[in-house]
Design a protein around this ligand. Structure first.
Ligand code: ADP
Ligand code: ZN
Length: 721
């Protein structure tokens, strides 16, 4: 090849052609460095025909500068990148970036100098230095990374290096990962588990595309079962990717994996420091990393020799990326499996209706594990009618739940109270004039956080100290908290059970894998009696002594009118209920609700999940909602309301007449303002078979708008704000 097309990572430009200088060997997928104007870019050599671009004469081509010393990006991943760009209407340059997510991995050099505390004290302790020393603790990294960890400037870190308080250490970048051992500690599987595992193992051996739903109740041993499929892939020398919905789940996963396979898998998440990221990326690209566990971004890494993908908790909507390339990692994982010709296991206790529909149509296989493993029984679920037995004034826990907590504590067992709301109270207002604290950048209330003593916007992160007087009417001490968050529930628990040891589990308190590990340790050691947590605590954890789950506000998820509200509520409550009674002791779940006769509540209490799913599915079919019809959201955002409205109106006016497609809006999005931008929304509703992407490409491609207006398209949206 003397002329090649390069898909580079500059989102402002399309693919570009380059010349291959004499003596340089490239192939499709080679990762290269190329000149672009006065600068240089990373890119990937691509097939000419699959990426159309403007043609440039041979004589105007510039030379490729270097081919990086990593294996070429394989054809299956190249096809996935094209599919993602096409399906989600994203620039291919933005998608390929996700595959090249460690710039450091491309550079040579087998060692790097990292820094850590030496134990020596500084000559003069300033507050910045004290802060740096305290926060760095046991951690190690580049100067830039330490400055970020310590929240001080790089100059402060350099000053400490000069004094010998921080020392450099040489780190080898390419230390190999130790391969997991499939024979390390295989469990004795039950007959049902054995049957399920055998089917999965056969799929791995077949080396063919095979999407499969592994549908088993919480505690049925889904993890143990898919571990057998991973063991087979390891024996075959093939790589496995396990996708988890959140990085907080990595920690418990690593532990279980290590117990089963003797060594930890390779973890890919945002908390890796640069040297770890580089080492991991290279091991993935070379095929040496046999098992990788990560959040959705790990799907686009260049695995060299993939044999199996597992999507755990596959129903989780956090697999949908909401900014940048708005892809759904579950669906993209199935596509990757298609291109790689390998099985893809979707493991969940509460499958998404979309996935059930794929099974119903025969496109996905299904394996069921209907009962819990061993002596563990499914927990009992009971509704507490908040109208008949309300909590005391100003309290949130109703008497029947308080009784159940009392009894559980008396038996020395653990309690989990679930409320999906961080902070102390979702709304703060002035008792005198009614002023409500709103975020200046978003259509959202400021949420009071008492642990950190501030008001915070959960959309943009804006923070304010709580004022002592109302900013509107200037009355002193007039602010009242409305409604509960986990911190407020924790206070109430403290009043009711002063002896009980409490822990609040949210993204505010469990913000790193280390924090998660510490929490698990304390739970297992019996140092916590009552956990009060958000959805972060609902998944993955296995605490045998936890026997009572109280859902503080079971109606919460039903608000908002989103088309998946009932399904999501059901999944979330089943999931949290699944934390109760996982060991030998039976579990009990209480749902506090104002609507005990709502179909979701009745399904949860009766355990008749099949009827619930069928009713939901029929309602979707009737409304032509996904998976029977499809949506695409068009969001027009601008700092100027007028500009946003004008562009949204023009988009609406130029909507093509297409059979089986309706366009609603424009209207202000429910989150009418986000991060200082006004948002207008159009919703496209179409029949399943319509190629909406093609329609949208033509339609939006014919329009122009100013740089100050951002138009984004969300295909198969999960968030309707
Ligand atoms: P799920 O993923 O379906 O919720 P898990 O795989 O977490 O279920 O299993 C629940 C608990 O039961 C775990 O502690 C697991 O180690 C244990 N378990 C499941 N199957 C077996 C088995 N065959 N032998 C020993 N322990 C098992
Ligand atoms: Zn905000």
């Amino acid at each position: 090849m003397s002329r090649v097309r390069i898909l580079h990572t500059n989102p402002a430009l399309g693919p570009l052609d380059y010349r291959v200088p004499h003596g340089m060997a490239v192939e499709y997928g080679s990762v290269v460095r190329v000149p672009l104007g006065p600068r240089e870019m990373t890119g990937v050599v691509w097939e000419l025909e699959s990426l159309p671009t403007e043609t440039v004469g041979d004589n105007r081509l510039r030379n490729i500068l270097e081919v990086y010393d990593i294996p070429p990006i394989g054809a299956p991943l190249r096809r996935l990148i094209e599919w993602t760009a096409d399906y989600y209407l994203a620039p291919p340059t933005s998608v390929v970036r996700m595959a090249l997510s460690s710039a450091a991995a491309l550079e040579g050099g087998r060692t790097v100098i990292e820094y850590r505390l030496s134990g020596k004290q500084p000559d003069k302790v300033t507050s910045q230095r004290a802060q740096a020393i305290e926060r760095i603790g046991e951690r190690q990294g580049l100067i830039r990374e330490l400055a970020t960890i310590a929240d001080v400037s790089e100059a402060v870190i350099r000053g400490l290096v000069k004094q010998g308080v921080i020392e450099g250490v040489e780190v080898a970048l390419d230390t190999p990962f130790i391969a997991p051992d499939p024979a390390f500690a295989p469990p004795a599987l039950s007959p049902e588990q054995t049957a399920a595992a055998e089917q999965l193992v056969a799929m791995v051996k077949a080396e063919a595309f095979a999407p499969v739903l592994l549908d088993g109740v919480t505690g049925s041993g889904k993890t143990e079962v898919y571990f057998e499929a991973i063991a087979e892939a390891i024996r075959m020398g093939k790589q496995t990717l396990v996708l988890l919905p959140e990085i907080a789940l990595t920690e418990p996963f690593l532990r279980r994996f290590t117990d089963r396979f003797g060594h930890a898998p390779v973890a890919w998440h945002s908390d890796l420091r640069q040297s770890q990221r580089r080492r991991t990326y290279r091991a993935i690209a070379s095929g040496e990393a046999l098992v990788t566990v990560g959040a959705r971004s790990s799907l686009y890494l260049p695995y060299r020799n993939l044999g199996l993908i597992v999507v755990d908790e596959a129903h989780e909507t956090s697999f949908k990326q909401e900014d940048g390339v708005q892809y759904h990692a579950r669906d993209a994982a199935v596509m990757r499996g298609h291109f790689e010709k390998i099985p893809v296991v979707l493991a969940t206790a509460t499958p998404a209706i979309e996935t059930r529909q794929q099974v119903a149509q025969g496109r996905y296989a299904e394996i069921k594990l209907p009962g819990r493993y061993g002596a563990a029984q499914m927990p009992t679920i009971e509704a507490i009618n908040l109208i008949e037995t309300p909590p005391e004034r100003g309290r949130w826990l109703a008497p029947p739940l308080v009784n159940a907590i009392t009894q559980t504590l008396a038996r020395k067992e653990q309690v989990l109270l679930f409320l999906n709301r961080r902070g102390y109270a979702p709304l703060t207002l002035c008792r005198h004039c009614g002023h409500r604290f709103q975020c200046p950048n978003c259509t959202a209330w400021m949420v009071e956080h008492r642990l950190t003593n501030r008001l915070q916007c959960h959309h943009c992160g804006h923070i304010e100290p709580p004022p002592s007087a109302c900013p509107e009417c200037k009355t002193e001490d007039s602010l009242v908290a409305c409604g509960p968050g986990v911190e407020r529930i924790s206070d109430e628990v403290g009043l009711l059970f002063p002896e009980a040891r409490r822990a609040i589990v949210t993204s505010d308190t469990l913000w790193s894998p280390a924090k998660a590990a510490e929490f698990v340790g304390r739970m297992e050691a019996g140092e916590i009696d009552i956990v009060i947590g958000t959805q972060l605590i609902t998944k993955g954890y296995h605490f045998p002594e936890l026997t009572l789950v109280g859902v503080v506000d079971a109606d919460l998820g039903l608000q908002g009118g989103d088309l998946r509200a009932a399904e999501r509520s059901f999944q979330q409550i089943m999931q949290v209920a699944g934390r109760a009674g996982r060991g030998a002791k039976p579990g009990h779940v209480y749902l506090q609700t104002h609507e005990p006769t709502a179909p979701v509540m009745e399904a949860l209490v009766s355990g008749d999940t099949e009827s619930f799913y069928e009713a939901e599915t029929e309602a979707r079919r009737f409304a032509n909602a996904p998976p029977f019809g499809r949506f695409a959201a068009i969001i027009v955002a601008s700092e100027s309301l007028g500009d946003a409205q004008e562009v949204a109106r023009r988009i609406a006016q130029s909507a093509p007449e297409v059979e089986g497609m309706n366009v609603y809006g424009p209207a202000p999005a429910p989150l009418a303002m986000l991060r200082g931008r006004h948002r207008q929304r159009l919703l496209v509703h179409a029949r399943r078979a319509l190629d909406v992407q093609d329609v949208l490409r033509d339609w939006l491609g014919g329009l122009e708008w100013s740089r100050h207006v951002r138009v984004s398209v969300d295909i198969d949206p999960y968030s309707f704000v």
